[in-house]
Design a protein around this ligand. Structure first.
Ligand code: MN
Length: 205
């Protein structure tokens, strides 16, 4: 018998001259997603994030892809992070910390996460400055950067080794998905308490 603290869902709209985004998340989902950013490889990464975090994600972005992928990838990271932060509410009962080591064939990546209320990204990932389809690989750091800022999570991602660029990027999304899944999970020994001696994880104090 499971007891839910509250419905952990949220919808975020973000409209600028560069991107128009609607994203809707359910933290207690089953990993279902419907994602359209106009960038198939990026959609593939976000589907991985949903599948392995068990966060249901509906996301539509109309971005200025005629310029490049930059605004779309960065702004989607921001909107998705904000939606997850809002859905977490007061963060009572969550496990808060987690990490995962994620192998993909020749590649190994580690993600450590703290749902801290304090945005911080450590990105120890070397990506050759090439394009996968229409996306410059250097933009993926900006996704994780804006995601960590709007979600107000401390996220450390390190690619320990790996050669294949697709694997390196995908392992970053998958390792964050697994650690996110664990960190947002409810701790049934501690449901009525925010896991902080400060008594808050909203980042305002
Ligand atoms: Mn893949």
């Amino acid at each position: 018998m499971t007891k839910k603290i509250h419905e952990r869902v949220s919808t975020v709209y973000r409209n600028t001259n560069e991107t128009q985004i609607k994203v809707n998340v359910n933290l207690d989902g089953t990993g279902k997603s419907s994602i359209t950013t106009g960038l198939p490889f990026f959609d593939h990464m976000l589907q991985q994030l949903s599948k392995h975090s068990l966060i249901d994600i509906n996301l539509k972005c109309n971005g200025d892809l005629e310029i490049d992928s930059h605004h779309t990838v960065e702004d989607v990271g921001w909107a998705l992070g904000k939606a997850i932060n809002e859905a977490l509410g007061n963060k009572k009962g969550i496990k808060r910390f987690s990490f995962s080591y994620l192998p993909m064939d020749e590649c190994l990546t580690r993600c450590c996460i703290d749902i801290s209320g304090r945005p911080w990204l450590v990105w120890n990932v070397f990506l050759p400055n090439i394009k996968i389809k229409e996306i410059e690989t250097e933009i993926f750091k900006e996704f994780f950067q804006s995601f960590s800022q709007s979600a107000a999570f401390t996220i450390h991602i390190e690619n320990i080794y790996g050669q294949n660029t697709h694997h390196i990027i995908e392992s970053c999304f998958k390792s964050m998905a697994i650690s996110l899944r664990n960190a947002i999970n409810l701790d049934f020994r501690n449901l009525d308490s925010v896991p902080s001696t400060k008594g808050t994880l909203t980042g305002n104090k």
